[in-house]
Design a protein around this ligand. Sequence first.
Ligand SMILES: [Zn+2]
Length: 278
Amino acid sequence: MNEIVKMNKNGTDRISENFYQIRYYYLGVADVYMYLLIGEEKALLIDTGYASTMVINYVDELTDLPIKVVNTHGHPDHIGGNRYFDEVYISKNDLNTAREYSDPFFLKKINDMIIHNISLNNDIAIEEYQKDIELNNSGMNVKYLDLPEKGYFDLGNRKIYFLETPGHTFGSICLYDERSGVLISGDTLCDKAVLLTFEESTSVRRYRDSLLKLKEFCKENYINVIYPAHHDAPIGPELTDRYISLCDGIIKGEIKGIVRDGVMYADDGKICLVYKNI
Ligand SMILES: [Zn+2]
């Protein structure tokens, strides 16, 4: 087994009582985290990762309660396991994105790209992952339920609030677990980089508006801990300020992004914003 696979272990971590992080590394390297929150009557699964059966097995081990499923946004590393559930909540602004990324042709293209990048690292034994690759390429047909701009899930003596934070995608959401005081940020806030480079991404200005809204929300609810969908977790709310400053610099023209492969990269030495439109 190579070093990367050893480091990036699939598994679950208990964050607090009835609150779990499920970690899955597609082909041993492409990380994504899902979160399971358990109330007295229901459980809420936030994102379903790539199309591995591993995720649903973890969920089954953690709870017997009926499960509601919500996607933080419609990208394939967040919706792949939707196939194991009857209904999935998603913002109506990300419905098209989720449908597009459920198309086998589209998925194969993305998977080939990931595999190409990983195969540059000779250590990865791709054969081990054939089943996951096939599943991820297979496409799916899921019943989606619209989420309003904001609201909450009531899991029985546990409310999980959500709010729309357009940026990474038009219908990206963040969720807040009142009981633990934790915010789950999806791809809206990550420690290394936030990507606004997709067709379904907003401008830097629109993303900045979402960050300001999120900052206010964190302040109102005394949120100090944020769990993102990738990379280091948890992260702190000060990252919101860093991204706001970066957005401000870009909008005012004080920070000029470096152009690479048709998109712009701006960073402050710690975090990076990758964007197309200001
Ligand atoms: Zn994404």
